[in-house]
Design a protein around this ligand. Structure first.
Ligand SMILES: Cc1cc2nc3c(=O)[nH]c(=O)nc-3n(C[C@H](O)[C@H](O)[C@H](O)COP(=O)(O)O)c2cc1C
Length: 237
């Protein structure tokens, strides 16, 4: 009989400004609370990227280049990725409606060896526009031979247009949340505490399903706390 300890999940991730990492901390806690062994592989750009970009111009240039799916070369993967896993989670931010540059480089170099015959759930962190990213990522995974069984998407909670303005200014190195005017509509950059707790709940749910051998496609990760339609609260907390 298989034991709980036999279930292993590999998380391959990239996080530029810490948002995906925050969600993964919650998700990992949840998985581990269900007795799952979690192994994390972080994608490391060969030339480290600095958050924030530092200027409006540098941010605009980066957004333009990433719209055309600019690759960011990454260091070789560790041997952890060669092991056998019950599930792989590929996690990272949306960059100009696409997967981020490091994730695109991962597919170019390692896609078919890494993902062939694997069961994968992508996790996306974004300000709000994830559909094109999801469709593209799913296609890349399927082309690499993976079975994509579900998706986890988290959007930022602030309302539009403040969410877009806030993210842009934050990437440019400004502090919109501290501005007397913008701060009223944009209290923070990124995901809120309740969403990190939701990520933890998702982890526990996923872990339980793995242990019980349930169909992972039947799990509902599309909750109002994860995907906040058109932006949600403008309140802190
Ligand atoms: C270059 C760049 C382009 C982005 N483009 C989008 C986008 O098209 N849609 C979106 O919803 N968020 C976009 N974002 C926002 C990020 O997806 C969002 O801030 C995410 O939570 C960051 O996750 P991370 O901190 O793990 O990198 C972009 C961010 C960057 C740096």
């Amino acid at each position: 009989m298989e034991t709980t300890a036999a279930k292993k999940v590999l998380i391959i991730c990239y996080s530029f400004s810490g948002q995906t990492s925050n969600l993964l901390a919650g998700l990992t806690n949840g998985l581990e609370s269900a007795g799952i062994t979690v192994i994390i592989e972080r994608l490391r750009p060969v030339k480290p990227l600095r958050f924030p970009f530092g200027s409006v111009r540098a941010t605009a240039v980066m957004m333009m280049m990433t719209f055309f799916r600019k690759r960011i070369p990454i260091a070789p993967l560790s041997d952890k990725c060669k092991g056998r896993y019950d599930l792989m989670i590929l996690a990272g931010p949306t960059w100009s409606y696409h997967p981020s540059g490091p994730v695109l480089s991962l597919f170019d170099r390692d896609g078919s060896t890494l993902f062939a015959d694997r069961t994968v759930i992508p996790l996306i962190s974004c300000r709000g526009y994830w559909r094109m990213h999801w469709f593209g990522l799913r296609a890349l995974l399927q082309k690499s031979g993976a079975t994509v069984v579900n998706r986890i998407v988290f959007t930022h909670p602030s309302r539009e247009p403040w969410r877009t303005i806030g993210v842009f200014l934050k990437l440019a190195g400004r502090c919109p949340e501290r501005s007397k005017f913008l701060g009223k509509y944009y209290p923070r950059y990124g995901h809120e505490k309740k969403q990190l707790e939701e990520a933890s709940r998702f982890g526990a749910m996923l872990g339980q399903a793995l242990v019980e051998g349930k169909d992972l496609a039947s799990l509902n990760f599309q909750t109002p706390l994860a995907i906040i339609r058109g932006g949600g609260s403008n309140q802190a907390g």
